[in-house]
Design a binder for this molecule. Structure first.
Ligand SMILES: Cc1cc2nc3c(=O)[nH]c(=O)nc-3n(C[C@H](O)[C@H](O)[C@H](O)COP(=O)(O)OP(=O)(O)OC[C@H]3O[C@@H](n4cnc5c(N)ncnc54)[C@H](O)[C@@H]3O)c2cc1C
Length: 173
């Protein structure tokens, strides 16, 4: 089965990596030209860090720009009014961090690139989905700059349609 994952945000990059690890043919497309997309925040909470560790990407956190958050210092009208310490000791490697999201995404896609069944296409936008007469998704129309091309490869009606994370879309072919 081949899977097209649309959008190299955290959801799409993680989905593509996990599917590639399962041995599936995966193409990840992203409409932007770089991972410096729209700013999406930099805070990684313990649950997000857990997810990275579960994906075997815990070590990546030490290799990208970022730091642990020791405390939240609240300022009002130029005056520091209180400090909320983070339980850094208690949480250990799961302590809240701020990280460079572009660097994290780049590392995730780089990791997926270790699998020969994976490919990444930047500056490639999902233009439309292709449906069969039964409304099942059987392919996609991608647009790169001025070029519109069809990627339509589903031949078996028994295969399910792939789906990625929250904002990313997927089509299995
Ligand atoms: C201002 C702001 C601050 C935030 N701060 C934090 C924070 O500190 N910590 C935190 O954990 N979360 C934060 N979030 C939430 C976090 O950014 C989202 O939960 C996360 O980005 C969702 O990931 P995603 O992969 O689902 O979607 P996105 O990150 O939106 O990724 C979707 C990707 O799909 C691409 N795309 C969309 N349409 C197409 C198409 N047709 N063809 C090809 N590519 C396409 C987009 O370019 C994008 O790269 C913040 C969000 C915002 C808006």
């Amino acid at each position: 089965m081949k899977v097209l994952v649309v959008g190299a945000g955290p959801a799409g990059a993680a989905t593509a990596l996990l599917l590639a690890r399962c041995g599936l043919g995966v193409t990840l497309v992203e409409r932007e030209t770089s991972f410096e997309r729209v700013f999406r925040g930099e805070g990684l909470m313990p649950l997000g860090i857990d997810a990275l560790f579960e994906m075997g990407l815990g070590g990546v956190l030490e290799s990208i720009p970022g730091r642990r958050v020791e405390s939240w210092n609240i300022w009002i009208d130029g005056e520091e009014v209180f400090i909320i310490p983070e339980p850094v000791e208690e949480l250990g490697e799961r302590a809240v961090r701020v990280v460079s999201q572009p660097a994290l995404l780049e590392k995730m896609v780089e990791e997926a690139g270790r699998y020969p069944s994976f490919s990444f296409e930047g500056r490639s936008r999902l233009h439309d989905l292709i449906h069969d007469p039964g409304s099942r998704v059987v392919g996609a129309v991608l647009q790169t700059d001025e070029t519109v091309r069809e990627r339509c490869a589903l031949t078996s009606s028994s295969e399910p349609t792939g789906v990625s994370g929250a904002h990313a879309h997927g089509a299995a072919a």
